[in-house]
Design a protein around this ligand. Structure first.
Ligand SMILES: [Mg+2]
Length: 238
């Protein structure tokens, strides 16, 4: 039997759907129309753009966790063309929206298609399941609990708690030690080619790349699937 290390966001937990639901609620709760943001869909699109930029700053250690939370929202509002507000006002509403978002989105429970069935089956087959996620400790644990995955996972390991992010080789070593696993037993399953798949390959682990859109690439990958159910067809023990 193998030790299966799963990524969470975009692999099992339907990040887009859950996130957009929370963003829509924040938009109405904080009455962004009164600030001149008239189109909720446009707001969500611009937020996603602002968030991607802030995350890349965070990943490169140019922005800290605290700043990231509000900044992606104030930046989204700037992208929406809010110019009648001072920087201080934008910062304030950004922080309110950021607080609402982190208090709401982790409680959303939409999973990627067949996620729960596949996890249950892998667990039934005797594999050990461990979550290995780049994310905040307090947020990722809530997600796993609320969406019903918790009973099947031996441990939830976050980059936040381990102090190091995928694909840094150090996190794969720490993950093995945390659950007394071995390189030859470990398989990483995730949707990020760089963080999950190449990271795990470089650490000597097996890898399953979940690539739902079939994005072309030139990496050497052990297994690749377009839907989660296909994981069940892989002879993981070989
Ligand atoms: Mg992911």
């Amino acid at each position: 039997m193998k030790d299966l290390f799963f990524d969470l966001d975009h692999t099992l937990w339907d990040f887009e759907r859950n996130s957009r639901e929370a963003l829509r609620e924040g938009y109405y709760l904080h009455k962004l129309v009164s600030f001149g943001v008239n189109d909720v869909e446009k707001y969500i699109t611009l937020y996603e753009k602002a968030n991607a930029w802030c995350w890349s700053e965070y990943q490169s250690d140019r922005m800290d966790k605290q700043e990231l939370r509000g900044r992606r929202f104030s930046l989204a509002l700037e992208f929406c063309g809010l110019n009648g507000n001072t920087a201080e006002e934008l910062k304030e509403i950004g922080e309110k929206l950021g607080k609402h978002y982190v208090e709401t989105s982790p409680y959303k429970t939409h999973l990627v298609k067949d996620a729960l069935e596949v996890i249950k089956e892998l667990s039934k087959r005797g594999h050990r399941l461990i979550m290995l996620t780049n994310g905040f400790e307090e947020v990722q644990h809530i997600k796993v609990k609320r969406c019903g995955l918790e009973p099947y996972f031996e441990k939830v390991l976050t980059s936040d708690a381990l102090g190091i992010k995928k694909p840094n080789p150090g996190i794969f070593k720490l993950a093995l030690d945390s659950v007394n696993s071995r390189v030859e037993d470990a398989v990483m399953l995730g949707d990020s080619l760089a963080s999950d798949v190449v990271g795990a390959r470089e650490a000597g682990w097996g890898q399953v790349y979940y690539n739902p859109l079939g994005v072309p690439h030139n990496e050497d990958v052990l297994y690749e699937v377009r839907d989660l159910k296909s994981i069940l067809d892989i002879k993981l023990n070989k």
